[in-house]
Design a protein around this ligand. Sequence first.
Ligand code: C5P
Length: 403
Amino acid sequence: MARILLIVGGGIAAYKASELIRLFRKAGHAVTPVLTAGGAHFVTPMTLAALAESPVYTSLWDLKDESEMGHIQLSRAADIVLVCPATADLLAKMAAGVADDLATTLLLATDKPVVVAPAMNVRMWLHPATQRNVARLKADGVTVMDPDDGAMACGEFGPGRLPEPEDIFQQVVALVSVRPELVEGLSLATGSLALAGHHILITAGPTHEPIDPVRVIANRSSGKQGFAIAAAAANAGARVTLIAGPVALPTPGGVARIDVETAEQMAAAVEAALPADVAILVAAVADWKVAPSPVKLKKSAGPPALTFTANPDILATLAARPQRPRLLIGFAAETENLVANATAKRTAKGADWIVANDVSGDVMGGSHNQVHLITAAGDEAWEAGTKDAVAARLIDRIIQELA
Ligand code: C5P
């Protein structure tokens, strides 16, 4: 259940805020509407209050308890702030940091992710001033949805229509469903949307190499570390493509997942997902494969002699490509000489960083991890923590590196 602060701006699309409230309520989320003076010309507070089953706030001065900083509390009590519809005027005020009514004051006071769903005349949307404001807001970490294209209420045609309520709903839910636990001591909160505009490609889990239609060669990778990294990257606002081997894990919110089985399928999916700004190859890819039998091998024929051939090395191949991601990160699972082996792997494979973990214990499949980060500058031992904590720390380092 998420708590959504919904700011309804003044435009003909304001009536669609009612439909959105209905979608959120049906999915069990709580909505607190804030209606601007302009918005009140298009929908009534009564409509919003009835659908949201919540009081509707309209004025800075009707928040009774200013001794308790009513507007600050209102903006902090939410998990996310959604502006829908966002008019050109609201976007301009947000970009400039104007706080001259309740809605804009809340937007300036909030410490939560902000999503805006713009709706306006096509000329207003395409005007350089609006585009400048949108670029400013994106740089500030606000998620600005693209308006839809089509016929407008004013009779013109083009981009500027409010995105479909269902799409706005999906965008908000994706942003609030990814909240890996916060890790103490991080310089940047991963919830800051600092990776907005970046594409991060992640591989996770094992691969399965078929022997025959029913048997596979597998490994013990659970995919938990890679999935945790995908969740943390999405939480920081990145566009995340997660290429997953066979694992039984739910897809983190806001992550585009591609399921594969074999190393070759994973290699092809990685190629297809390029270009990426950052690639984090966490998957425990099978080094070898066999030529699978088209029919089930019979036990009566005795133990088969399996002949192995090498699988493509996805990390090394990516490092050598012209489309090499700006930051290429590999993992190294070792049972001995952890740092020495991982350091050699960094240069041998052409990765920028290697995250090295000792897998002689119960790391594979478990929820905890202890890693070393190997960079060109040397080796850093990170304190042991949950896989979510390791993921948040890694994403934090990536944010610093890209800054
Ligand atoms: O050589 P090794 O398997 O120890 O290297 C581990 C790193 O290389 C991991 O980042 C893993 O995802 C990647 N890898 C790969 N393709 C392979 C084997 C490993 O991308 N065929």
